[in-house]
Design a protein around this ligand. Structure first.
Ligand SMILES: Cc1cc2nc3c(=O)[nH]c(=O)nc-3n(C[C@H](O)[C@H](O)[C@H](O)COP(=O)(O)OP(=O)(O)OC[C@H]3O[C@@H](n4cnc5c(N)ncnc54)[C@H](O)[C@@H]3O)c2cc1C
Length: 419
């Protein structure tokens, strides 16, 4: 059985950030993913763009809250984009190639097409991971582990305490299959936008549209000429961690994609020649299992802009809750100069000394997760988890006994914003 200093399960932005940050401090790292590429939701689910990660300071200047490794990625990716393109737009295909290069340059070993399905533990230690693969069962062990699976598969198989969806009824935010169309007359589309929204609402009222979403969510900026990106399908009341439910959700979401494309082609002059050019490989999961760790980050702490002593990342994305039970989306927007911090303890499971969690499955309530779940913040949490794994090794401590200020010092030195 191969042994590593660190195994990161999940190759989304949180997993990549964790793996690279640890490897750059000399750890022998394996990153494993069930997909055949890195990027996680960005690659598997066609998620685009980066949601806002800036705030205005008191002089009206824009200040980035997600920096460090995330900034390194956006800076490197920007060179492939047309001049004047904002860093929160990216070329999804180029990003995949770039992430391959970034992990290889850091010396991280990559293992694709393996699905974690069992975790062996002893007392407060994770001992080894078992993956299902084409060749059968593969076993790997490490001194330290990071769960960056989005769904918390690692901590779930290890038996950690967790919360599925919201407290009252376990319903999760809706799932969405993103898609893109090409051959759109963009200038005309801008003119037709208000008509499109009004018509969609009317069709929904008349029962001609099955999509649960209240309006059409479309992204135009940063897309190639004539291309539109839609994040507008909505599947509610399905459990993202139950394969039978997810299978039904995939089929239903694709029906909604077809319905939307037909609606656009039939009713908008700008889209009459449009073609569907991409439909995400996997349905996008906004929320599923969330760790119940040492600290459960909550909405009140976000709204109060709490500055935790053990802060490892910042955020001010709105508390953006797509209704888990039907139409409508609720928002709480942070004001100018307002931002919150995320504590190290929200990455820390109660049960184990050699496990940290990063990304959208950290220890947070349904409401708090609705803000911290965006890709820039997930990436920063991953950087913190990977850095922590390295410091824990260097100091011979555990995830619980490590001096968090040492992790913070390294994060600051590497350009991460945590204060
Ligand atoms: C529809 C939708 C729209 C969104 N819109 C935006 C947006 O516009 N901007 C934004 O910034 N954020 C957006 N988000 C949020 C954001 O995309 C995710 O929350 C974020 O990407 C999560 O990152 P992560 O690294 O935690 O997990 P992921 O990116 O999901 O990565 C997890 C990885 O783990 C792998 N994995 C999972 N289980 C296993 C297993 N058992 N074995 C092996 N590998 C496994 C998966 O294949 C995946 O690659 C959106 C999310 C959704 C669903």
């Amino acid at each position: 059985m191969k042994h590593y200093d660190l195994i990161v399960v999940g190759g989304g932005l949180s997993g990549v950030a964790a793996a690279v940050s640890a490897a750059r401090r000399g750890l022998k790292v394996l990153i494993a993913d069930k997909a055949g590429w890195l990027g996680g939701a960005m690659s598997n689910c066609l998620i685009y763009p980066f949601m806002p990660y800036h705030m205005k300071d008191k002089d009206g200047n824009s200040v980035d809250l997600s920096t460090g490794f995330f900034k390194e990625l956006t800076t490197r990716a920007a060179k492939d984009l047309p001049p004047n393109t904002k860093p929160h737009y990216f070329d999804s295909e180029y990003f995949k190639f770039m992430l391959d290069d970034v992990v290889c340059e850091a010396g991280v070993e990559v293992l694709f097409h393996v699905t974690l399905f069992r975790v062996e533990t002893e007392g407060r230690e994770i001992k080894k991971l078992l993956f299902a693969a084409k060749s059968g069962v593969l076993e790997y062990s490490a001194d330290f582990y990071i769960d960056a699976t989005g769904d918390g598969d690692l901590f779930y198989f290890a038996g950690c305490d967790f919360q599925l969806g919201r407290d009252a009824d376990n319903l999760c935010q809706p799932m969405t299959t993103c898609f893109r169309i090409a051959n759109v007359d963009r200038a005309k589309f801008e003119e037709e936008l208000p008509t499109m929204q009004a018509l969609y609402k009317q069709f929904r009222k008349e029962g001609k549209i099955i999509n649960e979403r209240e309006n059409i969510l479309v992204f135009r900026h940063g897309m190639p000429d004539g291309v539109l990106h839609f994040n507008t399908t909505r599947v509610i009341k399905h459990n993202p961690t139950d394969p039978e439910d997810v299978s039904r959700a995939e089929v239903l979401a694709r029906k909604q994609v077809k319905e939307m494309v037909e609606f656009l082609k039939t009713n908008l002059e700008s889209c009459k020649n449009a073609t569907l050019i991409a439909c995400a490989a996997d349905i996008g999961v906004r929320e599923s299992r969330k760790l119940r760790g040492v600290h459960i980050l909550n909405q009140e702490e976000l709204i109060a802009c709490t500055k935790f002593e053990d802060s490892i990342a910042l955020g001010n994305y709105d508390i953006d809750i797509h209704n888990p039970a039907g139409a409508d989306t609720s928002h709480y927007y942070f004001g100018p100069g307002e931002y919150y911090t995320i504590p190290y303890r929200s990455l820390l499971p109660k049960e184990y000394d050699n496990l940290l969690v990063a990304g959208r499955c950290i220890s947070a309530t349904h409401e708090a997760q609705a803000s911290v779940r965006i890709m820039p913040i997930c990436c920063c949490m991953g950087e913190a988890a990977g850095t922590a794994a390295a410091i824990i090794k260097e100091t011979g401590t555990t995830a619980h006994s490590v001096n968090v200020s040492l992790i913070q010092d390294v994060l600051r030195k590497n350009g991460a914003s945590i204060d």
